[in-house]
Design a protein around this ligand. Structure first.
Ligand SMILES: [Fe+2]
Length: 419
């Protein structure tokens, strides 16, 4: 590809049918980004909104997003979970400002229109006008019907304590959306036990949202970028491992089992490995295997387009991708445990959570490489990346030395975006 081709192309130029060369433009075009919002976040897809344990009691709510749209996940008096759009039916205001709270109804402060927790309009001040000098003045038209002016209601799916929502009421069932293979890994983590929220991390990463999906579909980098992982034996290129995708290649799971091979320097050429380094506090790696793991010590699952499910030894979290523009997204980590965890296990999960999040021993660098990749893309959007490790095909594998999951995601992307 020539360096002098159109500097600012409008449509990505792919090389043939493959996705082993990814145009920089897929990360830099605001126009493509708007199309992604429409096709991936607002139609045909399920997006993660939260965990049921975040809203345990009737009236509890959490404000979050689907794509760029503000939504509220709320538990009604009858215990069911609704998701409604945070846009008043009157003048379009984002009426809910708090991140979390408990309410009997929602009231927009602008003109005090009030809604039930399910989003039905129940009160309009001065709907019948005011009486002056024996006459009624103003008010809404006689045919104004509150039933026509509720909040936008999203379709909701809950499974294993996880809540997904969609603006598209025709979307397929969540089980079909995930497909049997990814559903198996989903159910491994969320197997019906009650969840316990341990805390949040939030960060804004100045890069395209897809880069975070790709980061967790990329088993090439952890053993190279994350020196901490390598030095302390949590991730090695020769770990016993598997990569699995759904039939449409949009979701994926990276499954690995640590500690089955010799010392790192015998099998890798990783310059960052330092045998002399020791942890001052060994309790960071006080790993206790849990029965539900069923073998693997780490399973990282990407659910397209909005969430990553993390199990790294005893640390478990969801990581919510919240795009805001083609070159930026918020990344919200919800660290959790299980209701039947001992206090010791809760403390262990919290300690191990230090590996992750915006300042995590193995995650701060992910945010940085995404930022610096975006900088490269913006400077020459006619160019492309190379994702040819492990060949040019898309396939499930029994090893980690491949970029096949990234190629798979872009096959799906091309199908949906260019249809
Ligand atoms: Fe990483």
């Amino acid at each position: 590809m020539s360096e002098t081709s159109t500097v600012f192309p409008r449509e990505p130029r792919w090389e043939g049918d493959g996705t082993h060369r990814i145009p920089f433009l897929t990360y830099t075009s605001e126009e493509l980004y708007k199309r992604e919002l429409e096709r991936f976040f607002y139609k045909d897809h399920w997006c993660y909104v939260g965990l049921e344990a975040e809203v345990p009691n009737p009236g509890d709510y959490k404000r979050t997003v689907v794509g760029e749209r503000s939504v509220i996940m709320v538990r009604d008096a009858d215990g069911t979970i609704s998701v409604v759009e945070n846009v008043c039916a009157h003048r379009g205001m984002r009426f809910c400002r708090e991140r979390h709270g408990n309410r009997k109804d929602f009231v927009c402060p602008y003109h005090q229109w009030s809604y039930t927790l399910k989003g039905d309009l129940q009160g309009v001040p001065f709907r019948r006008g005011v009486k002056q000098d024996g006459q009624v003045h103003g008010g809404m038209p006689a045919d104004f019907n509150t039933a026509d002016h509720g909040l936008t209601k999203l379709k909701v799916a809950t499974r294993g304590g996880v809540v997904f929502a969609s603006f598209d009421h025709e979307v397929e069932p969540i089980e079909d959306y995930l497909g049997p293979t990814i559903l198996g890994y989903f159910d491994r983590l969320f197997n019906g036990r009650k969840l316990k929220i341990l805390g949040y991390n939030r960060q804004r990463i100045p890069g395209n949202w897809k880069l975070m999906q790709e980061n967790i579909k990329d088993p090439y980098h952890p053993g190279l970028l994350h020196t901490w992982f390598v030095t302390f034996g949590l991730w090695r290129a020769d770990n016993k491992s598997q990569l699995r995708m759904d039939d449409r290649h949009r979701h994926a799971a990276m499954i690995s089992t640590r500690g089955q091979a010799g010392k790192a320097e015998h099998v890798t050429q990783v310059s960052s490995f330092k045998e002399s380094m020791q942890l001052n506090d060994a309790s960071f790696l006080d790993i206790v295997p849990e029965p539900w793991w069923g073998g693997p010590t780490a399973v990282m699952t990407t659910i397209f387009p909005s969430v990553i499910l993390q199990q790294q030894v005893n640390s478990v979290s969801t990581r919510h991708i919240q795009p805001n523009g083609h070159g930026s997204f918020d990344f919200v980590w919800t660290h959790f445990g299980f209701d039947d965890d001992t206090e010791e296990m809760t403390q262990r999960r919290l300690r191990q959570a230090n590996l992750f999040g915006p300042a995590g021993f193995v995650s701060a660098d992910d945010g940085e490489v995404i930022e610096f990749s975006q900088q490269g893309f913006e400077s020459k959007p006619f160019y492309r990346t190379v994702a040819e490790l492990g060949g040019r095909e898309v396939e499930n594998t029994e090893h980690m030395v491949t970029e096949t999951l990234i190629r798979g995601m872009y096959h799906y992307w091309r199908n949906v975006m260019e249809a």
